[in-house]
Design a protein around this ligand. Structure first.
Ligand SMILES: [Zn+2]
Length: 678
């Protein structure tokens, strides 16, 4: 059995000491067993890249007929090594406590990325894979080959030298443009001045405490989210919200107008050289959605599904506004969140602070583990005394019928220099009989202490469920024959479906009652509080989806046209007007700070596409008893376990018996109007 490329001597000792149960000798040592310092980390990483290169050289030196054994196996081994190197350096960048180590990890990530690019443009490897007679292979292997060959062609590997040279140059330019675009956004913070403290009326006390006037009596408010969000939600002053909204939506303008225009040109030329009519078409070619026209269809269908519910929500906001302004007929973008909060409190009688005592971190963690164990028919076992990069990190094994099927690390609390959002960070691809899938949950949830039980907000608990959905997908999908079809390697526009679906478990009074207990009294969360929480969180969903659809249209429209025909401001204004009900503020340029236009480019539809699938999946479960019946196991078998061994379109059809529809999403959006008992 092949191990990850660390120190074999130590592994053996480690295994001998812990080999108690029958399956344990099969467990690979944890990544931190050798306590690597930066030099040892680099040695490991370089060792992986060298092993990948040896594997590639071996494929290229094969004489005679190509077979799965003499070619695809070596290719997959190269992929496994390069992936492992990339996952590890990415993880270290995100979590290592030492800044110098993190910098060396960043340099390593660049090196791994260069190796990936070189492999994707290696014509010899492409031709070797293309020469494998696939007809006799099993369906998963056939699908793997077909998909890899498509990816090679999308990289331009089969073009002549001149075109490949040009593609390489364009790709370098694109990398530079993306980085400039994102840097401009990161550096694009704006600050507004407030000269009259009364303008902050409505904001919570902790916000006021953090925003005291300076010696000249001026209060400074930035466009960063912790400053911006509360003003939009709570500030009674429309003038303040208007000024901050304008500042927020002109970040990185005008600089990014030109950068984005250049990016559109670069991408259009890449798509043209590869034989596609637009970047939107090119970029959709290896996704579930397949081509650009289907993105347009999706936007149109989603708009139809949203409109009736969005209108209903809008009328409630308008009624609220008319209490202050009886003649009001419109609601500005800067008023939306503010009136939404007022309606939530008035109509749904829900204060988000009231649920926090039911969500102390240790109970939530155990509750999520127990829920996932029942739902996915697995068990979890803590690995005690396993070393890791920080003493707060926990290591766990996932078991199926007593057999270890994966390992995960929980790095759940904030730390200086740590990645500040939430993500599942893969660590090893799962390969059946060869390598256990491993991953790390990186979150920033409250840490329990002597004085504080680590009470979590509703959104925190939702994030935990979401990321755990990715983790289960990684582990249960990580039992494939090849690294290249393992875990979440399917089309990129499916990956957020299982994670978004698991968020729904948080809405179940039955599931919540099993772990959400008041940390003082031990009483379970009352069902009527869950109902009010669910209604309040449902209010505003349709207008949110409408706004997302407007962004989706922007992302599609600018990449679907010839760059010389694109007027960024005209398209951004038109799409906002067409898909949302709120009146825009003149003078905003939202595209300049819309970071996803660089990374996701034309594929911003992914979020709503996967939300549609997630809600459709969720409706297949018994809402009265989400953990019972055949559906959980069927979901595991038909959706998660296949990993990337078939198209996600087939996973969806296998589970639903049909392609996804928007009906479930429509019910989800209108849940606050639902009068049926929970
Ligand atoms: Zn996610």
């Amino acid at each position: 059995m092949r191990m990850i490329n660390l120190c074999m001597g130590l592994f053996t000792a480690f295994l001998a000491a812990t080999a108690v149960a029958q399956d344990l000798p099969k467990i690979q040592p944890s990544v931190w067993t050798t306590h690597p310092d930066a030099a040892a980390f680099e040695k490991t990483e370089n060792g992986r890249l060298d092993a990948a290169q040896r594997s590639i050289d071996k494929i290229l030196s094969v004489k005679g007929a190509r077979t799965i054994d003499n070619t695809l196996s070596g290719y997959d081994e190269a992929l496994r090594q390069i992936n492992a190197a990339g996952y590890f350096s990415g993880l270290m960048e995100a979590v290592h406590p030492d800044a110098a180590f993190r910098d060396r990890a960043t340099a390593m990530t660049r090196k791994v990325s260069a190796a990936q690019t070189a492999l994707s443009l290696n014509r010899g490897v492409y031709e070797a894979l293309a020469a494998i007679p696939a007809a006799q292979a099993d369906p998963a292997t056939r699908y793997y080959l077909k998909r890899q060959l498509l990816e090679f062609r999308l990289a331009g590997v089969d073009k002549d030298d001149a075109v490949r040279g040009r593609l390489k140059k364009l790709s370098d330019e694109l990398t530079e443009e993306i980085s400039t675009f994102e840097r401009n956004i990161n550096d694009g913070q704006k600050i507004i001045e407030v000269h009259d403290a009364a303008e902050l009326s409505g904001l919570p006390k902790d916000y006021l405490d953090a925003h005291k006037p300076d010696k000249n009596g001026v209060i400074h408010i930035t466009t960063d989210y912790p400053d911006y969000g509360p003003v939009m939600d709570f500030a009674a002053s429309d003038g303040l919200r208007r000024r901050l909204s304008l500042a927020f939506n002109t970040r990185a303008f005008p600089q990014n107008r030109d950068v984005l225009a250049k990016m559109l040109e670069t991408r259009y030329e890449i798509a043209s050289l590869l034989g596609y009519a637009s970047w939107a078409d090119y970029y959709a070619a290896d996704k579930m959605i397949g081509n650009g026209a289907r993105i347009a269809d999706f936007i149109r269908d989603l708009d139809k599904a949203v409109r009736p519910v969005a209108d209903r929500e809008f009328q409630m906001l308008l009624a609220q506004k008319r209490k202050f302004d009886p003649q009001a007929a419109t609601i500005g973008v800067q008023e939306k969140s503010y009136y939404q909060e007022l309606v939530r409190r008035a109509k749904f009688d829900f204060d988000s602070q009231s649920v926090r005592p039911y969500f102390p971190y240790p109970a939530v963690k155990q509750g999520i583990l127990d829920t996932a164990a029942t739902l996915f028919h697995v068990t979890f076992r803590r690995e005690e005394n396993t070393p890791s990069w920080d003493p707060t990190v926990e290591t766990w094994l996932a078991l199926d019928s007593g057999k270890v099927i994966g390992r995960f690390y929980l790095d759940m609390h904030p730390r200086r220099g740590k990645f500040s959002h939430a993500e599942m960070s893969p660590l090893l691809d799962g390969i059946r009989g060869k390598q256990l899938p491993e991953a790390v949950l990186i979150c920033n949830l409250p840490r329990p202490s002597d004085s504080d039980p680590g009470l979590m907000d509703y959104e925190d608990v939702q994030t935990f469920f979401h990321e755990f959905g990715h983790l289960m997908h990684w582990i249960l999908g990580g039992q494939q024959q090849w690294a290249g079809i393992s875990g979440i390697s399917m089309e990129a526009d499916f990956v957020e479906a299982p994670s978004q679906m698991l968020e729904e478990w948080l809405h179940s009074p039955q599931v919540l009652a099993s772990f959400a207990r008041d940390y003082k009294s031990g009483q379970p969360i009352p069902a009527d509080l869950v109902l009010r929480m669910n209604r309040a969180s449902a209010f505003g969903r349709a207008n949110y989806v409408g706004q997302q659809n407007g962004y989706t249209a922007l992302s599609y429209d600018i990449y679907n046209a010839k760059p010389q025909d694109v007027n960024l401001d005209a398209i951004a204004d038109r799409d906002a007007l067409k898909y949302t009900l709120f009146t825009a503020l003149p003078g905003t340029h939202v595209y300049a700070s819309f970071g996803h236009l660089s990374g996701y480019s034309s594929a911003y539809y992914t979020y709503m596409w996967d939300k549609v699938i997630a809600e459709d999946f969720f409706e297949q479960f018994d809402s009265k008893n989400l953990l019972a019946g055949d559906t959980p196991m069927r979901y595991r078998r038909e959706v998660l376990e296949p990993g990337g061994s078939m198209s996600a379109n087939d996973l969806v059809k296998n589970f639903l018996g049909r392609p996804q529809s928007m009906k479930a999403l429509q019910r989800w959006m209108a849940a606050e109007f639902d009068t049926a008992p929970p």
